[in-house]
Ligand binder design. Structure first.
Ligand code: FUB
Length: 323
């Protein structure tokens, strides 16, 4: 056997062996779904599963404006294989609401699942500004069935110290069991304590001061630091502030996600699942996507050694499968 042939044989064998043992990594891809259109992600981890709650844009291609009537739930155990559980809540489930199923947030408390959602109210006598109320539906499982828990909005235009556009609730159950609901839009943010029953406010609506805040608050905690992330400016980036207390004061930290091409809105949800940190957001990247035809994406979220969030580099591949 010539030396050249021997060398060729050895290299081929090594390559074959390497290829046979190459681990093919699967990725979620971004956006996660081409259909239905999904916007305004909110996430919840329950047992071994991550649940994704979204709104859905229904405006026909070529037309403008939000047409949003219902919310979907999706789930995954590995971040790559997703199940669409379908529509689990809609405007029609609330007798007091007429339209605009904007961004909601579902949390677990007392063994039940509380899905806070903003919609325009029917009772025009209570409409002083944009007419949105924030209500809540409850279920025994993240997949429902959900039913209106309060029969009326918890917050609306007539609530003292509420704002012009009462949307984008973000609810946080603190370590001592106290529940807080943040919300806000058009540069104004608010929070209020909720009673243990999850359907009534407990005390006054407080003003939140967070640099560059526009809308879409989201609270999460890492170690002993609270992170308040939000859409900033308009068209919106995602930016954040931190505090050692759930009620602030909030210290501005910087930009997490740049503006989104073809979507002036930017709406994030941050979660740790099976030891990995993720940020969900929406873009307009489906073939028929646009400012009012958005789709949810996910990427890994990184922190530096000081707990600062590393600015996101958005990907088209999304995130790899986990066990
Ligand atoms: O989807 C309707 C509204 O647009 C949401 O409530 C805001 O956060 C923005 O994404």
């Amino acid at each position: 056997m010539s030396k050249v042939f021997l060398l060729f044989f050895t290299i081929s064998t090594i390559l074959l062996f390497t290829n046979c043992h190459e681990k093919k990594t699967e990725f979620s891809g971004n956006p996660l779904f081409e259909e239905p259109l999904t916007a305004d992600p909110a996430v919840l981890v329950y047992k071994d599963t991550l649940y994704l709650f979204t709104g859905s844009d229904e405006v026909p291609v070529g037309e403008d404006g939000f047409v949003m009537k219902k919310w979907y739930v999706f789930s995954t155990a590995d971040m790559v294989n997703w199940t669409n559980h379908g529509v689990k809540l809609s405007v029609e489930d609330f007798d007091w609401a007429s339209k605009n199923a904007f961004a909601g947030h579902c949390v677990e408390n007392h063994g039940k699942f509380w899905w806070y959602v903003p919609m325009v109210v029917k009772d025009t006598t209570t409409i002083l500004h944009e007419g949105f109320g924030i209500g809540v539906a409850v279920a025994d499982h993240p997949l429902g069935p959900y039913k209106d828990a309060s029969g009326q909005p918890i917050i609306c235009d007539t609530t003292a110290n509420s704002i012009v556009l009462n949307i984008d609730p973000a609810v946080y159950v603190d370590d001592d069991g106290q529940v807080y609901m943040y919300w806000g839009s058009w540069n104004a943010a608010r929070y209020v304590k909720l009673k243990d029953n999850m359907i009534e406010t407990d005390g006054p609506v407080e003003t939140v001061k967070a640099t560059n805040f526009f809308e879409a608050p989201w609270i999460h905690k890492k170690d002993d630091t609270y992170y308040l992330s939000y859409a900033a400016h308009y068209p919106s980036t995602t930016e954040y502030s931190t505090s050692k207390s759930i009620t602030g004061p909030w210290e501005y930290q910087g930009v997490i996600n740049d503006t989104i091409p073809n979507s002036p809105t930017n709406h994030q949800a941050i979660v740790t699942f099976k030891g990995q940190d993720y940020i969900f957001y929406h873009n307009a990247d489906t073939p028929t996507g646009g400012p009012f035809r958005r789709s949810v994406c996910v990427d890994k979220l990184e922190y530096d050694e000081n707990g600062k969030i590393v600015k996101l580099v958005r990907t088209k591949t999304g995130v790899p499968a986990i066990e």
